[in-house]
Design a protein around this ligand. Structure first.
Ligand code: PMP
Length: 463
């Protein structure tokens, strides 16, 4: 079924958009010249644009659409909540049923030591909240000098001032004098791009030990926390070598540095466990969540605290001077509760771990045989393809980084597949409900698109 608007209506949407809408992470002037693609429907793992083009959404929207589009149950739950109580705040000694229920549910499904949640509207403000919470924690313990948060180059932790500062994307720092003080960045465990002649495990250890060096350089009395995505998402689905996380955990334990797992992408089944902290056997003190918590049906995020932190913040911290109008928004909580119920009912983390994950992974890893692909990697249902002119040396293209990636992304759109390009790395993070047939379709389309990209790159002289 398609419901294409008449051309005039399509153009009207594009004109309104070009005239008045500033897009995130976009050169709006360049976009306005060609007109934005108008997406108007989603069902399962597919989206349609208003020209009737159907696309397999291998990015699950923006990593969030875990349970797939078009779940009327979620819409119904939100509708009912909106009729009963569309909004009330949680500031002035008040609460409401959906927020209390959701906090309890999160305590049940999160790792054992994590039992409290502070709610936000998304992932960026979750990280802002985290920064204030961990500093408040140390100050409440009489150690206000423990302020510095160590993060990693090429990390993504959001777009707010604290989120972008915590992130390690220099092109973001360049706009607006970031990072803010007391945030510092160490190297990332990106073996394909930076590991040189070291084995992945040697390289993983090297990068983990940068954390120890940084703590010793700053003094452990100055360091509050280390923050990391268990698997870097926006940085290019960077799956750390096996040696990395155990060493980081050892270092955090040794120096009493809080470990913050930013699970905004990896939370709720993406890596085949409810949390990637379980996949990598981490014992985080804080877990930041958003995205799949509500599968994108409504905006909601949160910061989950371990008992050790919650005890101090609640029992010694006094008033925490922080909060958002939409902390614990009733309709967003109702959406999240229904999404979590569906995930349980359909046993989605288990489906990812033992069924669709291995099924897709087996086929995805074979894409490394393609002449354009230097490495294919995947954990759970998040994967990457490194495009290269020379597999043997993992070389970069002679043309500006990202040129070939962008070509590939455009071929994807033209061939009914949504993949994202991070430089010359193609990434996917499909809905967790992907079926075997849809996985086959994804692989067939990705193969065709790689062939087209290879031919075009060759013709352009990039190979
Ligand atoms: N942390 C991580 C790991 C993310 O991937 C993102 C978003 N891609 C964020 C934080 C920011 O979340 P939001 O866009 O909801 O503010």
């Amino acid at each position: 079924m398609t419901n294409n608007p008449p051309a005039s209506q399509h153009n009207a949407i594009q004109l309104q958009d070009a005239g008045h809408h500033i897009h995130p992470f976009t050169d709006t002037k360049a976009l306005n010249k060609k007109g934005a693609r108008v997406i108007n429907r989603g069902e399962g793992v597919y989206v349609w644009d208003d020209q009737g083009n159907k696309m397999l959404d291998a990015m699950a929207g923006l990593w969030c659409m875990a349970i797939g589009y078009g779940r009327t149950e979620v819409a119904d739950a939100v509708h009912a909540q909106m009729q009963e109580l569309p909004y009330y705040n949680t500031f002035f000694q008040t609460t409401h049923k959906p927020v209390a229920e959701l906090a309890k549910k999160l305590a049940e499904i999160s790792p054992e030591a994590i039992n409290h949640t502070f709610f936000t509207s998304g992932g960026s403000d979750a990280n802002d909240t985290m920064l204030r919470l961990v500093r408040h924690y140390w100050a409440s313990l009489g150690k206000p000098s423990k302020k510095v948060i160590i993060s990693r180059k090429n990390a993504y932790h959001g777009s707010t001032v604290a989120g972008a500062s915590l992130g390690g994307m220099t092109f973001m720092h360049e706009q607006g004098d970031l990072p803010i003080p007391n945030i510092t960045h160490i190297g990332q465990p990106y073996w394909y791009g930076e590991g040189g002649d070291l084995t992945p495990d040697e390289f993983g250890l090297l990068r983990a030990r940068e954390l120890e060096e940084k703590i010793l350089e700053l003094g452990e009395d100055k360091v509050a926390a280390f923050i990391a995505e268990p698997v870097q998402g926006a940085g290019g689905v960077i799956i750390p070598p096996d040696s990395y996380w155990p060493e980081v955990q050892r270092i955090c334990d040794k120096y009493e540095i809080l470990l913050v797992a930013d699970e905004v992408i990896t939370g709720f089944g993406r890596t085949g466990e409810r949390f990637a902290s379980e996949t990598y056997d981490l014992k985080p003190d804080v877990i930041c969540i958003a995205k799949a918590l509500s599968s994108g049906y409504l905006p909601i995020g949160g910061v989950m605290l371990s008992d050790r932190l919650a005890d101090v913040v609640i029992n010694q911290g006094g008033e925490f001077e922080h909060g958002y109008t939409y902390s614990g928004h009733p309709a967003a909580c109702a959406a999240a509760l229904k999404v979590l119920e569906i995930m349980d009912r359909e046993d989605l983390p288990n489906y990812v771990k033992n069924d669709i994950g291995p099924y897709l992974q087996e086929r995805w890893l074979k894409l490394a045989d393609h002449p354009l692909v230097g490495e294919a990697r995947m954990v759970g249902l998040m994967g990457a393809l490194e495009l290269t002119p020379d597999k043997a040396t993992r070389a970069k293209f002679a043309v500006k980084a990202g040129t070939v990636g962008l070509m590939c992304r455009e071929f994807c759109f033209d061939n009914g597949l949504v993949m994202r390009a991070v430089g010359d790395t193609m990434i996917i993070s499909p809905p967790l409900v992907l079926s075997h047939d849809e996985a086959d379709e994804l692989i067939a389309k990705a193969t065709a698109v790689l062939d087209l990209t290879y031919a075009a790159a060759k013709e352009a002289g990039y190979l």
